[in-house]
Design a protein around this ligand. Structure first.
Ligand code: HEM
Length: 430
């Protein structure tokens, strides 16, 4: 067990679980949307179905899972005291779900009311969430690269949502803002400053702990999120009208940093002390290979103007990054976190001589591996659909089925917790 975990401050198990069991169903919705749109769904990054599916994943699936995980991770691993975590979860969880549904509907129908409703809902939810979690992170006396990355990530979330709310309000009211430039900056902060930095910070902590690897080199762990933020600040200068050549260089620097993080993680996983492989390791390794693919593809598109100028280039990068890197990494993490939290909370219930069940009994390994194969098949089919659009429909269906399987597996994990809790409470009373 990690020496620095502090369980006294852990929130009730229902706090992270309400987010975890909701997240996969946004992935199902995204997959079904792509299947419904068929060949035209991903015709361009600006297609309504592409924007809606993107946000069902980033503001539905990813945001739910990441916000839920942080409410657990900040007190337990970073020593931060999240003020009234239960109330925060009760308030933020339904708002995030409603906001993601409104935003996807807004993209699909182009109705201004949905844009305004999505903007108001996200603004309320994230102001409360980032304020409270950010304060907890600020006040904790802890140190280290994970804490620094978490602080940066929560700031990145606030900036992403601030820009997203500005965009949605502008699209809803017809205010003449430079939508293209704001979108580029919003997307980079969302995928880089929020999602990637959070993934880095969490993996500095959990990869050595769960996958028994050597630790990340300390200097690299500290400098990667800082360098990424410097890149994002330079990238944001386009709001003031910098040239395309300058932007291209900044973009390449950003993806190179992502590539360094991914290669380092793969090397550490290769050097792990116990050569046992489980679904978490496979999911995480797949995510890192796909992150290397994001870096290589972006460099290639940067060097080959014809390829980089093709409208399919952005779709290719988006598919690699969102269902490929982030959904894979999150799925793998959830398969470690849920059995671990079950075990942790059951352990505190058990009386003298009563042992909590083994973590392997919480979610069947076969079901997790089945989901993993389906997930990576879906990602491969979606990537192939960039060249053969006829594959968009099967890719969407496979992706929806994979996310549904994740949802069923996680719900099974929650049911296992309730079952064991009932059994242990009965035994303690007897
Ligand atoms: C929290 C995580 C979020 C991430 C990672 C994210 C990511 C993205 C990405 C990658 C794009 C570009 C899509 C493309 O180029 O195909 C985009 C565009 C956009 N996002 Fe987000 N987003 C997030 C949240 C939000 C929120 C909360 C809102 C609104 C309340 C929002 C509103 C928009 C709008 C309006 C666009 C531009 C659409 C256009 O230009 O037509 N986003 N976002």
């Amino acid at each position: 067990m990690h020496p620095n975990l502090s369980f006294e401050q852990a929130p009730p198990i229902s706090v992270p679980y309400r987010f975890f069991v909701t997240a996969p169903w946004f992935g199902v919705a995204a997959g079904l949307l792509l299947a419904w749109g068929g060949e035209n769904a991903l015709i361009s990054r600006w297609a309504p179905s592409a924007l809606a599916a993107t946000h069902l994943l980033v503001a539905g699936f990813m945001l739910q899972a990441m916000c839920g995980a942080l409410l657990q991770f900040v007190p337990v691993a970073a020593g931060g005291n999240v003020w009234r975590a239960r109330q925060v979860a009760l308030f933020v969880h339904p708002l995030l779900a409603a906001g993601a549904a409104c935003l996807a509907t807004a993209f699909l129908t182009a109705k201004s009311g949905f844009f305004i409703a999505a903007a108001a809902t996200f603004a309320t939810a994230i102001t409360g969430y980032a304020g409270i979690v950010g304060l907890a992170l600020q006040r904790t006396p802890g140190k280290g690269p994970t804490l620094m990355a978490l602080r940066i990530a929560v700031t990145g979330l606030a900036i992403t949502v601030g820009l997203g709310v500005t965009l949605a309000t502008s699209l809803g009211t017809g205010a003449g803002l430079p939508v293209l430039e704001i979108t580029q900056v919003h997307a980079a902060w969302g995928l880089g400053g929020w999602a990637l930095v959070l993934l880095m910070g969490v993996s500095y902590y959990v990869v050595p702990m769960f996958q028994l690897t050597p630790p990340y080199p300390a200097r690299l762990a500290r400098s990667l999120p800082l360098a990424l933020i410097a890149v994002l600040v330079l990238w944001s200068a386009q709001l003031g009208g910098t040239g395309a050549g300058w932007q291209q260089g900044v973009l390449l620097a950003g993806v190179a940093l992502a590539g360094v993080y991914a290669v380092t993680t793969l090397v550490l996983q290769h050097r792990r002390r116990r050569k046992v492989a489980d679904p978490t390791l496979y999911f995480f390794r797949g995510a890192m290979v796909l992150l290397v693919a994001v870096a290589v593809s972006s460099l290639w598109f940067g060097l080959d103007a014809d390829l980089g100028g093709d409208r399919r280039a952005a779709i290719w990068i988006g598919l690699l990054a969102i269902p490929g890197v982030f959904v894979s990494a999150i799925s793998g993490m959830l398969y470690k976190i849920v059995p671990f939290l079950n075990w942790l909370h059951l352990q505190s219930l058990g009386g003298p001589g009563q042992m909590p069940p083994n973590m392997r009994e919480m979610i069947s390994e076969r079901a997790m591996m089945g989901h993993m194969w389906l997930h990576f098949s879906a990602v491969a089919t979606l990537l192939a659909s960039v060249i053969f659009p006829v594959l968009t429909r099967p890719g969407g269906l496979l992706f929806a089925a994979a996310c549904a399987w994740l949802g069923v597996n996680l719900a099974g994990g929650v049911r296992a917790y309730l079952r064991f809790r009932k059994r242990m409470t009965a035994a303690a009373t007897a």
